[in-house]
Design a protein around this ligand. Structure first.
Ligand code: NOJ
Length: 758
């Protein structure tokens, strides 16, 4: 049966409940009254989203489209815009909508506010490494405050795509590979953006994206196919969406460019209409990704634009971003009877509902106040939060013989193009941050008055990282090599800053080789030959392969892209002013060939290790990652003990003690993993099910009490049904996913019944 026949069947059997209309909310009477007055063309306008003319974040439309767009915007019938930023521009467009349209319905203004608006915090993957939910929420909060001050009321964030693919450029935008950590962070970010009251002048609509499985792009190639089984879909991909929907009420969901098991996400009825709107009762707006309705033609899922419009709207994609297919075809599809107007009405209701929630019908200019725009951007307090967030996001990967913190009396050579780069730390998706405005590592050295001699070494790329695409990596210019090597030779201690520039990760920036880009590996080896006392500071928008460095240099600090106060945060860790506490949200592979490598894998039938050849392994690289999920060092030492479990009436209580055995205060992320030993579907060797970040003074012991409830102990079977099964479970606790400290408990059928009741 063709796709259209499937949709036709659904249409024939459609009842009022198929579209899961919310008819009882606080605004529904006003929504209905407005809807009753709207013409079909006006309704379609509400379902159409245009990009502004300055900032294009997808393929640009043709000239005639731009002219048509201009005309439609002036007549005020369009529902929302993206990429219009600043109170002056937003005011102009909002006036069109309010003053020129028959019904005066205000527009919404959306933007990719991903890790800040003017003040940049660390990229989301870096923030995830903090495992600090309060701080992550605060970072999203300041992003929302600044975005709202610039007239915006809708962000296309957070991206909650779980991904095991460091080659995929967009891992920088997510929370890494784990659905549990990803769920908690998704909730925190949505709460930060939306606050307690969506109609306040400093809160904005959040969008959880990309629905679904965009992070499972095959081989990490951007926009690629996702082929995943239902157990992976339910247990790995959907949980962060589910958690955010249940606990944080995001008012918008963006679908995805990719196909999931052959169906383009934008045309996926099972995902959008059945799971999201039906099963999960979502009554906010589903927005397409940029042109994703149109891209269903290239996918080979629909034959033409008209079919694209029909399939997308029937599948539950409410708003069309920059495809123009709703604009061109929805009216005639309704007139011909191919799309029931009830479906259009449901989509429009959703758009109107969030506009009411934002308070736009009470005051369409609520977000537009030039004075606020002056006051609320790039404030000292926002920069302080950016610094705090940056400090907590750094991960200390190696520290042999206490190479760090740096001791004051050493002659330091600071080397590397990235050591003076004020742009790379801003990361990709830097919204309205000014290019080259971050604090570099050298700026950080200067701020704390740390002496050094500097040498540039080698350019990472040719050209300006802010504008170049594709990025032209430097493979030929070694002009600075000799000076850098000589500088290193004279020093007691080398601080070498290497890694990726900002535009080497993010959308459209997948990489097949994720070693140090360009000539940096060569530089590292040349410096190492004359002075092996190297502290390697690595910037990156993804996990990089650092196997050579790990084998040869005593200290490695992973510094991601840390935002405006990057340099200071890095220097604070180098000097010991800040005791590092970050833990990896993704495995770091030893080699690209191991990808996808993730900690929560299945055991296989031949897990090994064995002496003979026939077990699940490679013959040229170890099975383990270079640095595992959850891993990160501190200048303090933590010891775990006294692990005990107790099955209570509605949960399993887990308790353990962590002692700071060092002479330094520090913070530890205590992590709890389980393994369901025997189940109807093979379960992972470890699954994160709890964590707590705590401060422990030197010598202090602290008892941690955690709970495993129904949600943590069950899983989704192949039919998407949540089950908990009796039997034995392992519990592991420790400071990373490779911890071996474990205990075992058993669940009986009776336990499970009492758990299920809760
Ligand atoms: C495409 C990206 O996939 C999406 O995440 C973003 O929100 C839109 N472009 C709009 O810029």
């Amino acid at each position: 049966m063709s796709n259209l026949a499937t949709f036709a069947n659904w249409l024939d059997n459609m009842t009022a409940t198929s579209i899961h209309a919310n008819t009882t909310g606080p605004y529904e009477t006003r929504i209905k009254a407005l809807l009753d007055k709207m013409t079909l063309a006006e309704k379609v306008g509400q379902l159409t989203q245009f990009s502004g003319f300055h900032d294009v974040t997808g393929p640009a439309p043709s000239d005639w489209r731009a002219a048509q767009k201009h005309h439609l915007l002036q007549s005020g019938v369009i529902g929302s815009m993206l990429n219009v930023v600043g109170t002056e521009d937003v005011l102009n467009y909002q006036k069109y909508a309010v003053e020129n349209s028959r019904l005066g319905i205000p527009m919404m203004f959306a933007y990719d506010v991903i890790h800040g608006q003017k003040t940049m915090c660390p990229i989301p993957l870096a923030e995830a490494a903090s495992w600090d939910l309060k701080l992550i929420e605060k970072s999203a909060r300041i992003a929302a405050i600044e975005a709202a001050a610039q007239g915006l009321n809708w962000t296309f964030a957070p991206m909650v795509d779980v991904s095991r693919e460091p080659r995929w450029g967009r891992v920088m935008e997510g929370a890494g590979e784990d659905p549990y950590l990803g769920s908690r962070i998704a909730e925190a970010r949505v709460k930060g953006f939306q606050g307690d009251d969506l109609s306040a002048d400093d809160t904005i609509l959040a969008t959880i994206k990309h629905f679904a499985a965009y992070g499972f792009a095959e081989a990490g190639k951007e926009y690629n196919t996702a082929e995943i089984g239902t157990t992976t879909l339910y247990n790995m991909v959907l949980p962060p969406f589910d958690a955010a929907l249940r606990n944080a009420n995001p008012r918008s969901v963006m679908n995805a460019f990719n196909t999931v098991n052959g169906i383009p996400a934008t045309g996926d009825m099972a995902l959008q209409r059945d799971w999201l709107k039906g099963n999960r009762g979502f009554d906010g707006v589903v927005v397409s990704d940029w042109g994703s309705a149109l891209e269903m033609i290239a996918h080979g899922f629909v034959a033409n634009e008209r079919e694209a419009a029909k399939v997308a709207i029937l599948a539950g994609s409410d708003v069309d971003m920059e495809s123009y297919v709703y604009l061109d075809h929805l009216e005639s599809l309704v007139e011909s009877g191919e799309v029931d107007e009830v479906i259009i009405d449901d989509a429009v209701r959703r758009v109107l509902r969030v506009k009411f929630e934002l308070g736009l019908f009470d005051d369409p200019y609520r977000y537009i106040d030039p004075a606020r725009e002056q006051e609320r951007l790039f404030t000292e307090s926002h920069l302080d939060t950016a610094l705090e967030m940056a400090r907590k996001s750094i991960v200390l990967l190696k520290n042999e013989h206490n190479a760090l913190p740096l001791s004051g009396d050493k002659k330091i050579a600071l080397i590397g193009a990235l050591a003076v780069d004020q742009d790379a730390p801003l990361g990709n998706w830097r919204a309205h941050a000014q290019a080259h405005s971050a604090m570099s590592v050298m700026d950080g050295f200067n701020e704390v008055e740390l002496d050094y001699i500097y040498s540039y070494g080698v350019a990472v790329q040719h050209g300006d990282s802010h504008f170049e695409h594709p990025v032209h990596v430097n493979y030929d210019n070694r002009d600075g090599f000799d000076e850098a090597v000589a500088t290193a030779q004279e020093a007691d201690q080398v601080v070498l800053v290497v890694g990726e520039t900002a535009r080497m990760s993010g959308e459209g920036r997948s990489r097949a080789d994720i070693g140090l880009p360009g000539l940096q590996q060569e530089l590292l080896e040349a410096i190492h030959a004359v002075n092996p006392k190297i502290v390697l500071v690595v910037m990156g928008g993804r996990p990089l392969v650092l196997s050579w460095a790990h084998a040869h240099v005593p200290a490695i600090v992973y510094a991601w892209h840390l935002g405006h106060r990057s340099g200071r945060a890095i220097v604070d860790v180098l000097t010991g002013e800040e005791n590092p506490s970050g833990k990896l949200p993704m495995n770091f592979p030893r080699s690209v060939g191991q990808i996808p490598i993730y900690y929560n894998h299945l055991n296989t039938g031949r897990p090994g290790p064995r002496n003979e050849v026939t077990w699940a392994h490679y013959s040229d690289v170890e099975n383990t990652p270079l640095f595992p999920f959850g891993y990160g060092l501190s200048y303090a030492w933590f010891e775990y003990s006294e692990l005990a479990t107790h099955v209570e009436s509605d949960h399993v209580a887990v308790s353990f003690v962590v002692k700071n055995t060092s002479h330094r205060d520090g913070e530890e992320v205590a992590q709890l993993y389980i393994r369901d030993r025997v189940a109807g579907i093979a379960r992972p060797v470890k699954e994160l099910k709890g964590f707590e970040k705590a401060h422990l003074s030197a010598g202090e012991s602290k008892r941690f009490d955690m709970k495993l409830g129904r949600d943590e102990l069950g899983y989704f079977n192949g039919q998407g049904t949540f089950v908990i099964e009796p039997g034995e479970f392992d519990v592991f606790v420790g400071g990373s996913s490779d911890t071996a400290l474990n205990a075992v408990f058993s669940l009986s059928k009776e336990h499970i019944t009492s758990f299920a009741v809760k």
